[in-house]
Design a protein around this ligand. Structure first.
Ligand code: FEO
Length: 405
């Protein structure tokens, strides 16, 4: 790759990771990119680094513009390994550079590196760094998505370097939204952004809303959003902001996900009449078998759907293990603004449905109860019950959060 100019004298100097398929347990079928940006100014300034095994790629990109030893400032917006683990390599090349990071970021950085000889400057929201013709404004974004996180706004370029926010895991030669849409589609780009939000940012909707409102209140005009993963939003950054505001409010399409696992196909057999009942109410339905689907995909499908039915057989009086795993992931993401129900099969004791409703209540999700369960194998009467349950659930979903329309 080579450095790519995104604004006058501001360059993408990151790395494309075509091969990564497991991003700390989050499946990345399209790979990802580690974006970082070099501002060529009186004081050359690097914003973020990359994952350490791509350090030489980023260094090579920078060398096409300047010698890395000329970098005077390094901004670290976020200390997670995919953005900071190459910092040690950069500090070898330019040991006198000043590092700008939040107070929490500095503390974390000290756990990863021997920083005793580094010139680290901590920054807060509203503080600025003048690099020459450009002014960098720092905006702390704690818990979006780590306590150390911040964004860097380049005032004269109206460029928001947003770290993980607005990012997507997508390895592509396209660097900008308009380029990507031309070779793929807007729907694919949005799906990648939703996938990222669902798996990383879902718990922080309230914070995201208030942070976007704070940025708007600060009078910050955004012409371009450059995240640390995936595509840079240059054509329609306002569309990305609106998408985030909508997701932060919990808004989603009128759609239902049926997420299940099965032992001897009885629970699986129940999904067909349930799905038919949903479809007969005119609502789109996606059916996900957990053992056939990566967990992060199931989470995305949950998030993209206003309603979700979770199906599980009972095993040893408990919920099926893969369903418990899904619920554990979901619980950690603190979902809101979704309506849920449960179904399943059992042999003699039951237990899975009760377990699921208990979990739903703990998550404070709106539920449609009591769900439907069958013993051993669904009979034709059971299938009729499943069909009616699907219809009833679809009717409830249609009435739920009509304000999303
Ligand atoms: Fe892309 Fe939170 O690291």
């Amino acid at each position: 790759m080579k450095a790519i100019e995104i604004k006058p004298d501001i360059f993408w100097v990151g790395a494309i990771d075509w091969a990564v398929r497991d991003f700390h347990g989050y499946v990345t079928p399209n790979g990802t990119t580690y974006n970082n940006y070099l501002i060529l100014d009186e004081e050359p300034t690097l914003v973020d680094t990359v994952k350490s095994n791509f350090a030489e790629v980023a260094v090579g990109n920078i060398r096409t513009l300047i010698a890395p030893s000329e970098i005077k400032n390094i901004i670290i917006n976020h200390i997670e390994n995919d953005h900071m683990s190459a910092l040690g390599r950069f500090m070898e090349l330019t040991p006198d550079a000043s590092i700008y990071v939040t107070e929490r970021g500095k503390k974390g950085m000290e756990r990863y590196f021997d920083t005793s000889r580094w010139n680290i400057k901590t920054v807060k929201t509203g503080e600025e760094l003048k690099t020459g013709k450009y002014t960098l404004l720092f905006i702390e974004t704690p818990m979006i998505h780590w306590p150390d996180s911040m964004m860097t706004y380049v005032k004269e370029a109206k460029l928001l370097i947003s770290q993980d926010a607005f990012g997507q895991h997508y390895a592509t030669t396209a660097r900008f939204d308009d380029e990507f849409i031309e070779c793929a589609s807007h729907a694919e780009l949005e799906d990648a952004a939703i996938d990222y939000y669902a798996n990383i940012l879902m718990p922080f909707g309230k914070l995201i809303r208030s942070k976007i409102e704070q940025i708007q209140d600060m009078g910050i005009e955004i012409e371009m959003i450059a995240p640390d993963h995936g595509i840079i939003w240059r054509k329609e950054p306002e569309r990305a902001v609106q998408m985030y505001l909508d997701m932060a409010k919990g808004k989603t399409a009128l759609r239902i996900a049926v997420i299940y696992d099965t032992m001897w196909q009885s629970t699986e057999m129940m999904t067909l009449p349930i799905m038919q009942g949903i479809r007969d109410e005119g609502i789109d339905c996606k059916v996900i078998k957990l053992r056939a689907t990566p967990m992060s995909v199931a989470i995305k499908e949950f998030w993209k759907s206003r309603g979700c039915l979770v199906g599980s057989p009972t095993l040893n009086n408990e919920v099926f293990p893969s369903v418990a795993e899904f619920i554990t992931h979901l619980r950690g993401l603190r979902p809101k603004d979704r309506i849920v129900g449960a179904f399943g099969s059992y042999g003699w004791g039951g237990g899975a449905i009760k377990w699921l409703y208990n979990e739903f209540q703990n998550m404070k999700l709106e539920t449609v109860e009591p769900g439907v369960q069958v013993i051993y194998r669904p009979s034709s009467e059971d299938e009729e019950k499943c069909y009616e349950f699907g219809r009833e659930f679809a009717m409830r979903v249609r009435e739920y959060h009509k304000d999303y329309e």
